[in-house]
Ligand binder design. Structure first.
Ligand code: C2E
Ligand code: MG
Ligand code: MG
Length: 701
């Protein structure tokens, strides 16, 4: 018996050891685990909590048993938690909830509680086993993400963009209100729909291509494109997301229309509505690129005398005239031709031979015919003409600019050849232009190298038969080309601006020459319009006079009427300053150019020089004679000296004498001669032959 008791005691001791061991293991497990186990009776009364509870809450296990745990729960969470617990107790089902535990230091910390019943075989509940698990980090993260989601949502709703988010299967997971309106109103699309079910007609379009590109590359794609089902335009920004795409888009139809209109405007000449230079250049480049398929030609047109119309009739009339010219041109060109106004009175056509095979030459003729009839503006009949240069594309052209340049050279040539000329580009033209360029360079050094000199042509006082003075005429002996006429090189010097320096030299030379003549002889010097534009001209003239020591009254400056055409007010001021200094001003080449008598009113000229083309007609053309007579009478009425140029015969001189002209200049009265010869002539004593006619100088022309 005693033995059995000893055995039983051992077994009990062993079992107790085992239980103790399990208990220790359980406690260790509890302390090591991040889960806090607890146990409750079937009615919900808490029966057991581990010591960790006390560590966390600062509350003793004893005071928390039964319903005491409520004291450790944040007041806001007590009711929801109780409700869930009640629900579990009444249904006997598992439950879980998050709540905030009040920690020992007063902080709140999120925990998740889970509970499951242990049931007897009859289904009755024997125990409730539960755990508490720290859920703080998860809850804080969830809270933050909820907040940022709410923030993102607010942003997405407040943006003016339409926003659509879709997954990788093109299923729409989000649309902001803007996008909802856009997609739902047009296609009844909604969240959950597959994009291509809503927009089957957009499959294979720009849209699909760019969306797929964003998905494949993981990079945003931005593009503008037209809508397929309307003529609207969208600007889209497609951004890849972790599980699909977010598409931000906006309707830019209005913006696009406005910018298209601006571009169109930027490409139109406001005055005529024709293409402007920018559009012309673009069209020419395109035409040039396709030149292998079709010949391309360029025609450049420049209106002759347009400037004069503008200056005399005013800009509003000039503008209306340009519009009328544009209309006539428009009806002359072919359907495929591009007509542009490049600026001012310059027009251009890009011509591509059409089915009817009309050549560029024929087109040029047709354009020229636009000028056969007068233009009528405000009841005024205006006769215009144009110069036309044409060029056909050639295999040698390397860019559209070559073609344009060729046409420009041809136009330049046409203008040189006088009003109403049409010139087609040929290689010789380019060479001549090149020669001109070279001549410009040569002229630049001609003055320094002493290749320029002055010759002097006498002016005969018709009544007394004595030499009244002489006109200085510049000459250039080119080292290889020989004598070049001023008609050729003065325009070059005007182009380069060299005329100012050259003009100074001429003035000084001429004045110094006149200083060697008797005091009553005048010296005439031609002044280019370019020189007059320089407001320091009066000072330069006075310097030349004082340098030579001659009186201002002995100097006559010859200007042409073009001086009064352009920048006339400034030029007239310069002329007045000169006249006030005592210098005489002569109007040269009267009767040529635009010759409006109103010019004579705009400045009190001292002398009128009738162009030689009229004098040549004396004895042949009664009309010319009538003009010379009228000009002479007018000159006398305005107290001007009247000088006739180009007097080549005695008959002409007699006619001029009979008609009261004051002076004659021409080969009959004396050719242009070298300085020494004119000096001799001027200083000849009375009684010696006064006319230089019998004494032609070899340099005269
Ligand atoms: P312009 O001022 O009208 O000069 C008269 C031109 O007629 C001169 O030509 C002269 O040689 C020419 N001439 C004179 N008598 C007769 C004649 O009986 N028959 C014919 N057929 N011609 C005659 P040039 O020297 O060739 O000068 C031409 C133009 O060049 C001048 O016309 C003038 O506009 C300009 N020019 C000449 N020298 C100068 C100058 O030193 N400075 C400026 N700025 N221009 C000049
Ligand atoms: Mg002259
Ligand atoms: Mg003249």
């Amino acid at each position: 018996m005693a033995e059995r008791i000893a055995v039983q005691d051992r077994i009990i001791a062993a079992l107790q050891d085992q239980i103790r061991e399990q208990d220790i293991r359980y406690r260790y497990a509890c302390e090591l685990s991040n889960r806090i186990p607890w146990m409750a009776a079937p009615n919900g009364d808490l029966m057991e909590l581990p010591p960790l509870w006390t560590v966390l809450t600062g509350l003793s296990v004893e005071e928390c048993l039964g319903n005491g745990w409520v004291a450790a729960v944040h007041s806001e969470d007590v009711e929801p938690l109780k409700e869930i617990w009640q629900q579990a107790l009444s249904t006997g089902e598992d439950a879980q909830a998050d709540f905030r535990l009040i920690m020992r230091n007063g902080d709140l910390r999120w925990f998740q509680v889970r509970v499951a019943p242990r049931k007897a075989e009859d289904g009755s509940i024997v125990r409730w086993y539960g755990t508490l698990e720290d859920a703080h980090d998860r809850r804080v993260a969830e809270e933050a993400s909820k907040q940022s989601e709410a923030f993102a949502l607010r942003v997405l709703e407040s943006t003016t963009d339409h926003v659509v988010v879709m997954d990788r299967d093109w299923r729409i997971t989000f649309m902001n209100a803007q996008a909802t309106r856009f997609i739902h109103d047009r296609r009844h699309g909604k969240i959950g729909d597959v994009l291509w079910d809503i927009y089957p007609d957009y499959l294979g379009s720009d849209y699909e291509i760019h969306y797929r590109q964003a998905l494949a590359t993981g990079r945003p794609v931005r593009f503008e494109t037209g809508m397929i089902d309307s003529d609207g335009w969208l600007d889209l920004n497609v951004c890849p997301t972790s599980d699909g795409l977010a598409v931000f888009f906006r309707d830019i139809t209005e913006v696009k229309r406005a910018s298209d209109a601006l571009i169109e405007q930027a490409h139109r000449d406001e005055l005529t509505g024709l293409a402007n230079r920018a559009l012309f250049n673009k069209a020419l480049e395109e035409a040039f690129e396709h030149r292998a398929e079709r010949d391309t030609s360029v025609l450049l047109l420049d209106l002759d005398l347009f400037k004069e119309v503008n200056d005399t009739l005013g800009h509003p009339v000039g503008d209306r005239l340009l519009r009328k010219v544009a209309l006539r041109f428009q009806s002359a060109i072919g359907k495929r031709d591009v007509l542009a106004r490049l600026g001012g009175d310059e027009f251009a056509v890009i011509h591509r031979p059409s089915a009817d095979g009309r050549s560029v030459e024929a087109l040029a003729e047709r354009l020229m015919e636009s000028f056969t009839e007068c233009f009528f503006v405000d009841g005024i009949a205006i006769k215009l003409a144009a110069s036309i240069g044409t060029a056909k594309s050639s295999p040698a052209d390397t860019s559209s600019n070559d073609l344009f340049k060729a046409a420009d050279i041809a136009l330049y040539r046409a203008k040189e050849d006088g009003r109403g000329a049409i010139r087609a580009f040929d290689d010789g033209m380019a060479e001549r232009l090149q020669a001109r360029q070279t001549m410009k360079v040569d002229l630049d050094v001609a003055l320094v190298l002493g290749e320029l000199r002055l010759v002097y042509q006498p002016l005969l006082d018709i009544a007394s038969g004595r030499i009244a003075g002489a006109e200085a005429l510049v000459r250039w002996r080119h080292p290889t080309l020989g004598e070049i006429s001023p008609g050729e090189f003065i325009p070059l010097a005007e182009d380069t601006g060299l005329i100012v320096e050259m003009g100074d030299w001429i003035l000084r030379q001429a004045c110094m020459q006149a200083a060697l003549w008797p005091d009553d002889r005048t010296i005439a010097v031609n002044i280019s319009p370019v020189q007059i534009r320089d407001e320091t001209l009066p000072q330069r003239v006075l310097y030349a006079l004082s340098n030579a020591g001659i009186a201002p009254s002995r100097l006559e400056l010859e200007i042409t009427e073009s001086v009064l055409l352009n920048d006339s007010e400034r030029n007239i001021a310069v002329l007045h300053a000169l006249r006030e200094a005592g210098v005489r001003i002569a109007l040269d080449d009267f009767g040529t150019g635009f010759s409006s008598l109103s010019y004579l009113r705009s400045f009190p000229f001292d002398k009128l020089k009738l162009d030689r083309c009229f004098v040549g007609d004396i004895g042949g053309s009664p009309q010319s004679e009538a003009i010379i007579r009228a000009a002479g009478e007018m000159g006398r009425a305005m107290a001007m000296t009247t000088t006739a140029e180009g007097v080549e015969t005695a008959e002409q001189l007699n006619w001029l004498r009979a008609n009261g002209w004051s002076q004659a200049q021409g080969w009959h009265t004396g050719r242009p001669m070298e300085a020494s010869a004119i000096r001799d002539l001027m200083n000849r004593r009375k009684g010696e032959p006064a006319s230089a006619g019998e004494n032609p100088d070899p340099c005269g022309r």
